[in-house]
Design a binder for this molecule. Sequence first.
Ligand SMILES: [Zn+2]
Length: 155
Amino acid sequence: MKTLNFRIVPLATEMAEAARRAAASGAPDHAVITADSPRGYPCRHCLRWAQPGERVILFPYAAIPSGHPYSESGPIFVHAEPCERYRATHEFPADLRSGRVFRAYNSSYDMIGAEVVNGNEPEAVIEKLLQSPETAFVDARSVTRGCYTFRMERI
Ligand SMILES: [Zn+2]
C-alpha cells in the first residue's frame, strides 16, 4: 500500500455518539433510516458503506463552520449502532475510492480548488491539490449529491 503524505480524518467519535443520542431523544433533525442499497449510505465514522438492513442516522453536519463565506452544513450518515472509527488513516478508504469530488481549502476555510477523480487514483488527485502551499486541508464529498464524506490533512 502506498504511503500517503496526508492523513484521513473521519468524523470524530464524539460527533457520532452525539448524533446517536440526539436520534434516541427524537430530535427532529436526526432521522433513523434503514439502508436499502449497498452503496447509498456511507458511514462517516467507520468510512464503510452501511449494508442493506443496517440502520443509519441522517443529520446535518457543518463541515465548514459558520462565519465564513464558504460556510456549509449538510446531511451525513453514521451507523445507528456503535461502529469502530476508521483507523487506517494512512490509507485511502477502500469503500470510497470512486464517486468522490475533492475540494481544497486554505486555513481561512476559503475553497481554493476542486477536482473530480474521473478514473484517476484518488491519492494522485489529493497530492496534486496539496502541492499548493495554500492548501490547508482537502474535503471528500459525494460527486452526485455533494454530501461531505471525510477530510484529509497534511501529515
Ligand atoms: Zn459506521
